[in-house]
Design a protein around this ligand. Structure first.
Ligand SMILES: Nc1ncnc2c1ncn2[C@@H]1O[C@H](COP(=O)(O)OP(=O)(O)O)[C@@H](O)[C@H]1O
Ligand SMILES: [Mg+2]
Length: 370
């Protein structure tokens, strides 16, 4: 083990004698390692992660969120007689009592108990897996339904503030930093026609119609660990982006990337279609998983959330294209423009399907209330 890593590991309060700390998993944001420790001949595993400071500017606030939420879930798992080492993440404290270790290079590290006998999948390969994701993230809302979300830090400020994303797009239009505005007239009109819609959730919240919730904000399949023995979803991981927000946003973002027939940067828009069957499957799972933990207003806005998250994402790609591709990495010219057009095509599809989406939601709402 490198001396540098050993020093970091030694600063955490873990059991036994550390044997190794190898790179682990397929995460893209944090630098993740599995730490093996020998406790009187028995192997004990931990996860060591370097927090990505480029993305998360205040790692100490992030860790406050992390510990607040995991301790809250742990109490619920314990009360239900569950396995508190596998059904929830456990943060190991540093020897100085903090929830992270700050090394001499200014990097922030955290240590977690390794969830044993887990399986993790990188890509959704069947509708069934998409449904399982929905149940897991619906259940995440259920477990945190009474968490004081207003006490959480916004680890990425204004992350899902759609009116602010609109404002940023208009700023990019005004700057036209790369002289690309001439190409995107149609897309800009598309966005402007939806300015009023962009404020739907913020207005409902201001009128007291929506509660503030703990949102996960990265509801990918590989952020769920499955039980290798039962195959069931065990634990939600990757809590860096937990923030105060609207429950619908986790749902809407999953629909955005999961209920489409093409990749996010597919340039042939005839291939890009909204898949209402996948929407239905996810809606069913999410509402079931939330077990009555969502309000009627939240459930009723699930279809709009799919449009909102897709529209917002399209605006971000478009703004980045105008700004000269400074945020989203590109591998070919105009990739961000293709991404924006792709998302806006989905928005159009979803708008047409809105009445049908509402019918679907009403159906599962009734089943859930029965
Ligand atoms: N406590 C844990 N126990 C076992 N595996 C874990 C644990 N935490 C994370 N992992 C694995 O490491 C991968 C990367 O971790 P994650 O927190 O998702 O980082 P990233 O933000 O880089 O995606 C996860 O997809 C999961 O497979
Ligand atoms: Mg991850």
């Amino acid at each position: 083990m490198e001396e540098r890593v050993k020093k970091i590991v030694d600063n955490f309060d873990i059991e036994g004698v550390v044997v190794s700390a190898e790179p682990y998993g397929n995460g893209h944001i944090n630098d993740t390692r599995v730490v093996k420790s020998d406790v009187l001949g028995k192997e004990r595993l931990y996860i060591l992660q370097k927090i990505n400071k480029n993305v998360f500017k205040k790692p100490w606030e992030l860790m406050e969120n992390y510990v607040g939420v995991t301790e809250f879930i742990r109490k619920k798992v314990a009360a239900a007689g569950g396995d508190t080492e596998r059904e929830v993440l456990n943060v190991i404290k540093a020897k100085d009592g903090k929830d992270y270790y700050l090394d001499s290079d200014g990097e922030y590290w955290r240590m977690l108990v390794f969830v044993t006998d887990n399986l993790s999948y990188d890509r959704v390969e069947s509708p069934e897996q998409f449904y399982i994701c929905a149940v897991a993230f619906g259940n995440f809302q259920y477990m945190l339904r009474d968490y004081p979300a207003e006490t959480l830090h916004e680890t990425i400020p204004n992350f899902h503030n759609t009116p602010d994303r609109f404002r940023q797009l208009m700023e990019a239009v005004n700057n036209d930093a790369c002289g690309r505005l001439g190409e995107v007239g149609e897309e800009i009109e598309f966005a402007k026609a939806r300015e009023e819609f962009a404020g739907t959730f913020e207005r409902a919240f201001a009128e007291g119609k929506l509660p503030l919730r703990v949102t996960h904000n990265d509801t990918k399949l590989n952020n769920i660990l499955f039980d290798a023995k039962t195959g069931k979803a065990l634990c939600v991981v990757d809590l860096d982006t937990i923030m105060p927000g609207y429950a619908m946003n986790d749902f809407g973002d999953s629909i955005r990337f999961g209920a489409t027939t093409a990749a996010e940067d597919e340039a042939d828009l005839t291939k890009v279609n909204f898949d209402i069957n996948l929407f239905e499957l996810y809606a069913k799972g999410f509402i079931e998983g939330a077990k009555g933990g969502l309000t009627e207003a939240e459930i009723d806005l699930l279809p709009e959330s799919a449009i909102m998250m897709t529209f917002e994402c399209g605006m971000r790609f478009l703004a980045d294209y105008l700004n000269g591709d400074t945020y989203f990495k590109i591998h070919r010219p105009k990739q961000n423009l293709d991404r924006a057009r792709n998302q806006f095509k989905l928005v159009s599809d979803m708008e047409k399907a809105l009445p049908e989406m509402h019918k679907i939601i009403d159906k599962y709402k009734e089943i859930a209330n029965a």
